[in-house]
Write a protein that binds this ligand. Structure first.
Ligand SMILES: [Zn+2]
Ligand SMILES: [Zn+2]
Length: 78
């Protein structure tokens, strides 16, 4: 099975934010019902949420890369 590690934008209540938002995290369209994007989760297809969520995407990216590398290492020893 192929394992994917993605960065998922979330709202404060930990639900997926697939709305269009401004760089500030505020919704672009006030009618979209988006309460605002406040965090980024690293989600692994095998492990689910990895570690804690991140407040900015810049810190989520290295965490996602690190988790991908853990899988690569685990697969290599098999
Ligand atoms: Zn949203
Ligand atoms: Zn994983």
């Amino acid at each position: 099975m192929r394992i994917t590690v993605e960065i998922e934008p979330r709202h404060a209540d930990n639900t997926l934010c697939d709305h269009k938002v401004k760089p500030s995290g505020k919704p672009r369209d006030p009618a979209s019902g988006c309460p605002g994007r406040t965090q980024f989760a690293v989600v692994c297809s095998q492990h689910g949420d990895v570690d804690k969520s991140h407040h900015v995407k810049q810190t989520a990216e290295p965490a996602a890369t690190e988790h991908r590398q853990e899988h690569r290492a685990a697969l290599a020893t098999r």
